[in-house]
Design a protein around this ligand. Structure first.
Ligand code: ZN
Length: 153
C-alpha cells in the first residue's frame, strides 16, 4: 500500500501561486468564472498608478461555451444595459457584443470551460467621477455576473 503524498505537492502549488501574484503587482488580476454563472469577485480595484491594467478571465467549470460561456466586458455603468441588449443579437460568433461597439472600453472573448483570455485596460481611459462596471454579455447572465470597477489610489 502506497500512502498518498498530498502535502508536498500542495505546498509547492501554493508557493507557485504566491510568487506569481507578487510578480504581477497590482496592475493585473485574474477573475474566475464558473458553471454556476458567477464571477469570483464583484469588484475590481484599478490603481491609478498603473498605466495599463490587465484582467485575465478563466473558466473553472466543465461546460462548453455554447452552454455556459462567459466573457468579461468593461464599460460605464450607464452604457451597460445597452451594451448587453445590443450584444444579445450579435451571437456567440461575435462574443455577444455589437461589432465595433465604441461603448465597450475593453473585453475578453467568450470562454468555455478550461479556457482563458486577458483584456488590457488603458487606465487613463477611466475618468474621475464616472462609474464603471464589468459584466458578462452572454444572454441571461447580467443579473448574476456584474461588478464594479473602481479607481483606487
Ligand atoms: Zn456569463
Amino acid at each position: 500500500m502506497i500512502a498518498p503524498r498530498l502535502a508536498a505537492p500542495t505546498l509547492a502549488l501554493i508557493a507557485l501561486f504566491a510568487s506569481g501574484a507578487s510578480a504581477a503587482a497590482d496592475c493585473a488580476v485574474t477573475v474566475d468564472s464558473t458553471d454556476q454563472m458567477t464571477f469570483s469577485t464583484h469588484s475590481l480595484a484599478v490603481p491609478k498608478s498603473c498605466k495599463t491594467f490587465s484582467v485575465t478571465l478563466t473558466h473553472s467549470g466543465s461546460l462548453p461555451k455554447n452552454v455556459m460561456g462567459h466573457n468579461l466586458v468593461i464599460s460605464t455603468a450607464s452604457d451597460q444595459p445597452s451594451v448587453v441588449s445590443d450584444g444579445m443579437a450579435s451571437g456567440l460568433a461575435n462574443d455577444y457584443l455589437k461589432v465595433g461597439d465604441s461603448r465597450v472600453i475593453a473585453h475578453t472573448k467568450v470562454l468555455g470551460a478550461g479556457e482563458s483570455d486577458t483584456l488590457t485596460l488603458d487606465v487613463a481611459a477611466l475618468k474621475e467621477g464616472e462609474s464603471y462596471q464589468f459584466y458578462c454579455t452572454v444572454p441571461g447572465h447580467i443579473s448574476m455576473m456584474l461588478g464594479d470597477v473602481k479607481r483606487v489610489d
